[in-house]
Design a protein. Structure first.
Lengths: 86, 311
């Protein structure tokens, strides 16, 4: 995939001496934070679950999954995985 | 037969496959190797004819002889960070536990093959050798070489090998970016940098390949940002199922055979004359959102591959 030059205000000012490529690093403009208090893991079913009102449902059936996977509001599963590992 | 799924707990892409395996009544053992040895134990014995033994979590266990295939998604690293001598313990864990995992007969994809295929210079050379059109590319730590390369071509982009970086206040994404010769400075010296010929294109293709099954999605940007980099504006992407030209299909098959990959998510730019130009290959790329947007049956194909490994 190709990309675009960043708007000047989006560029992260490279700290003194930082490698050239880091000047193009930026926060995804529409990213959201995943509330890890509202996701969990069903040990028996071996899938992630998410809170839906007062019950838990498989994450892949939850509206949050649709948001996370299709809306572009997060770098998709990578970001979820990364958040879970930090 | 049990399918081994190696990944973290929050991985919706793996969930799609696990759910499909459940729907088909196929036993699944999902674990994260990063949980070894605390929440994941192994005992295995070799008596001259393959390893026998069991993997156990607090909730599940599986006989090694029942595991015919493994799906390597996004597991954590095997690392023993508690107890005495963690460095040595980690090396032993990787050699012993990791070695037993590596002995599984069928992988999608084998982690060793993926590590090799993830190298962009390897991909580009292999893609060209397989017959795919490829962009001119420079990898350098020499600012002068970078300036010369940029000056030789009408338009050039900088592409990071690793697109994410941690910052003090969170994660940053390094989008591929157009650069000019004036942008180049001595900070290029600090590491390897990749500069690549800009490809004029009508649209892009995300091609997901599972075994010999090809799933091509056309991604057309409907905003300035998405037209240049669809990752920058997912909401502005128009999706459609696409056909794969026969010559591209043959070349991709040769490429993946040469890299020993059974799965790949590949990006192509399609020039106005219809030429598919190979840009990138991810041996563990995302596909869940492509299936959601297009209906292409990718999870079914992955499940098919995992449940019918060659004997």
């Amino acid at each position: 995939m190709e990309s675009t030059a960043l708007a000047e205000h989006e560029k992260v000012t490279a700290r003194g001496g930082a490698p050239f490529g880091l000047r193009f690093a930026r926060r995804p403009s529409t990213s959201i934070d995943l509330d890890l208090d509202h996701v969990g893991y069903d040990e028996q079913a071996q899938v992630a679950i998410a809170r839906d009102g007062d019950r838990w449902v498989p994450l892949i059936d939850h509206r949050m999954s649709v948001t996370l996977q299709t809306s572009g509001e997060t770098p998709r599963e990578d970001e979820i995985y990364d958040k879970s590992s930090t | 037969m049990t399918v081994l799924v190696l990944t973290g707990r929050l991985d919706p892409t793996a969930d799609l496959v696990v759910a499909e395996l459940h729907r088909r009544g196929v036993p699944v053992f999902r674990c994260d190797p990063a949980d070894f040895p605390g929440q994941l134990t192994v005992t295995a014995e070799f008596r001259g004819a393959g390893w026998t033994g069991r993997l156990r979590t607090p909730h599940h266990e599986v006989a090694l002889t029942d595991v015919r295939s493994a799906y390597f998604r996004r597991p954590g690293e095997i690392a023993v960070d508690a107890g005495p001598e963690p460095e040595w313990a980690t090396a032993e864990a990787r050699g012993g536990f990791g070695g037993l995992l590596a002995a599984v007969p069928y992988w999608l994809n084998h982690p060793g093959r993926m590590r090799h295929a993830e190298y962009k210079p390897v991909q580009l050379a292999a893609a060209a050798a397989a017959g795919l059109a490829t962009p001119r590319t420079l990898v350098t730590s020499d600012p002068d070489a970078a300036r010369r390369f940029v000056a030789e071509l009408p338009r050039v982009v900088y592409k990071a090998f690793c697109s994410t970086v941690r910052a003090d206040d969170g994660r940053r994404f390094i989008y591929t970016s157009v650069v000019t010769a004036d942008d180049i400075d001595d900070t290029v010296r600090h590491t390897a940098h990749q500069f690549q010929e800009w490809i004029d294109k009508e649209y892009e293709i995300r091609l997901t390949v599972v075994g010999d099954r090809f799933f091509a999605a056309r991604l057309t940007g409907r905003s300035d940002a998405a037209r240049i980099d669809w990752r920058a504006d997912y909401d502005a992407i128009e999706y459609a199922v696409a056909d794969v030209p026969s010559d591209v299909r043959r070349a991709v098959a040769a490429l993946l055979d040469g890299l020993d990959l059974r799965f790949a998510a590949m990006d192509f730019a399609v020039r106005p004359d219809g030429t598919w130009v190979f840009l990138d290959l991810n041996p563990n790329g995302q596909w869940g959102w492509i299936q959601h947007e297009t209906g292409l049956p990718i999870k079914e194909a992955i499940t098919d591959a995992l449940t019918t490994p060659p004997t």
